[in-house]
Design a protein around this ligand. Sequence first.
Ligand SMILES: C[S@@+](CC[C@H](N)C(=O)[O-])C[C@H]1O[C@@H](n2cnc3c(N)ncnc32)[C@H](O)[C@@H]1O
Length: 274
Amino acid sequence: MRTTSFAETGALWIHHHDGVRSYTMTPPDFWDHAWKGSLLGPDDGADASTWLNEIDRRKMLFVSPRLPLHGRALEVGCGSARLLCRVGRETQLDLCGIDRSPNALNLARRTAATFDVAIETCLGDAATLPIADDEVDVVLSGGLLEHFREPVPILAEMVRVLRPGGLLYADVVPRKLSLYRLSELRRLLRDPWMRAGIYESSFGPEMYREWLLELGLEDVQAMWCGVYPRLTARFPSRARRLIERATRSADSTLVADLLGWYFMISARKGSPQC
Ligand SMILES: C[S@@+](CC[C@H](N)C(=O)[O-])C[C@H]1O[C@@H](n2cnc3c(N)ncnc32)[C@H](O)[C@@H]1O
């Protein structure tokens, strides 16, 4: 298998004080602090007309048709676990969220309560998932992979726990020109940090496709999405929803390749050759 080298990616493997070898460049307490703030704020629930819910619904349009109805779903780097809980609302899948931030897990449990689904939470590192091989039917991640200079070991770990035939889904916000992030253009061109403390890679769907195929996955599907300016998020909900839905027709087109702000990718783990 081909893995990217330091020369290609600036990859840096770091050792944390507790001896865990990790590939991420974002300090572990960054997200914990951020989620602590989120816990102090309100939870809008699954159905309110909020910007976050609009984005989640867009992701579910992609994910839903690919989901099995039963089995186990795992979200790696689950944060609020909003996507995982949405999956739980649409299926009978048992849900588990893993994150290395204790406050993320508190938030994930709060989301599960407001979405009225049951969830198991687990403190753990994406680089060494505390799960046996071939155990999980669906592995999800949202906004996680771009924070690693070297995403392949994280992907390999997700693939390891996935059972043959299982679904891997990820959405990724790479460092790239987009309408949504136009105001950040100068920094994006100059600086690998999204903001102080958060590293962000620029790997796009073609690189992920190559990695996933090398890891033995099949049926890799990817699409660029989100062709709208960030300003849209501040519009009244009706106008915002209209704009978001109208611009959906650009998703997966060349316009989205050029101006979309995130991509979604899915793949299936192949069955072992007899
Ligand atoms: C952008 S947030 C994910 C947001 C999430 N999709 C949501 O909707 O709330 C990235 C998450 O990945 C977690 N994370 C980062 N590196 C990790 C690692 N090595 N192992 C486990 N979780 C990690 C962070 O703690 C954070 O909660």
